[in-house]
Design a binder for this molecule. Structure first.
Ligand code: 5GP
Length: 234
């Protein structure tokens, strides 16, 4: 079927049903908006397995998403949505860009969690936005901004619970949402160690893409271990 869109980590295809799309996860990894880029055998499979199981878990915990079903090791079927060009970030602990940009101390806890909106626009390097920017850019309405933030906090609470059972701590993550034909907002894209920062509760060891960003370990081994821990608490 027709290729609709190819991103850095996934391909999106049309299906015979206009309300359903097929996503194929690629064996590619990038960081720094494509500055670092590698082929990595088995990565697409791991991201697909992990993201599918996280969306299933979120559904059980009352969070609706675009996910329909996993159809193979590297593919899933999802509901067709128009992606809202925002990354909604939730931070439980200061790490990464917020430390570099605003001078928060690495490891500082955010209680309640901090929610941020970023403009999903590669050519602008995904800048942070205020609510007023989102309104002026016609990206979302005030009610939608509120709904996105609420949904992101609900995802956060559910993920914290799951990762706790796995002996892990959720530091932060970024998610995307889309609108379906009726204008309903649905969680979309993927949730995986590519999109979250996750640390071991005891050792502080990274279970996320930081091992690739900072070249501190094998991404495939790390994601495999994460998946095994996830399977063990299912
Ligand atoms: P930071 O703003 O510190 O770079 O990243 C915050 C969190 O967002 C981290 O967990 C990181 O993995 C995730 N993240 C960074 N870039 C992206 C992206 O382009 N897409 C998604 N979904 N998550 C991202």
């Amino acid at each position: 079927m027709m290729l609709l869109y190819e991103g850095k980590a996934k391909k999106v295809f049309k299906t015979e049903d206009p309300e359903v799309l097929r996503i194929e996860y690629k064996d590619e990894v990038t960081a720094g908006n494509g500055a670092k880029h590698d082929f990595m055998e088995g990565k697409g499979r791991l991201n697909n397995l992990i993201s599918s199981d996280i969306f299933k878990y979120l559904k059980k915990n009352g969070v609706a998403s675009h996910f329909i079903e996993r159809t193979s090791e590297t593919e899933q079927k999802v509901k067709a949505v128009h992606i809202i060009p925002l990354e909604v970030a939730v931070r439980n602990v200061a790490a990464g860009s917020i430390v570099e940009r605003l001078g928060f101390k690495n490891g500082e806890e955010f209680t309640p969690p901090l929610v941020e909106l970023y403009y999903k626009k590669d050519e602008l390097n995904d800048p942070i936005l205020t609510d007023d920017h989102v309104l002026r850019l016609d990206i979302a309405t005030e009610d939608e901004i509120r709904a996105l933030k609420e949904a992101a906090l609900k995802v956060n609470a559910a993920l914290i619970k799951m990762m706790n059972m796995m002996g892990l701590k959720l530091i932060d993550f970024k998610i995307e949402f889309g609108r379906d034909k009726k204008g309903n907002i649905l969680l979309a894209d993927e949730i995986s160690p590519d999109t979250c920062r996750i640390r071991d509760l005891e050792t502080g060891e990274n279970f996320d893409k930081d091992v690739y960003r900072n070249a501190t370990g094998s991404l495939i081994d790390t994601y495999t271990k994460f998946y095994e821990k996830m399977e063990a608490v299912k």
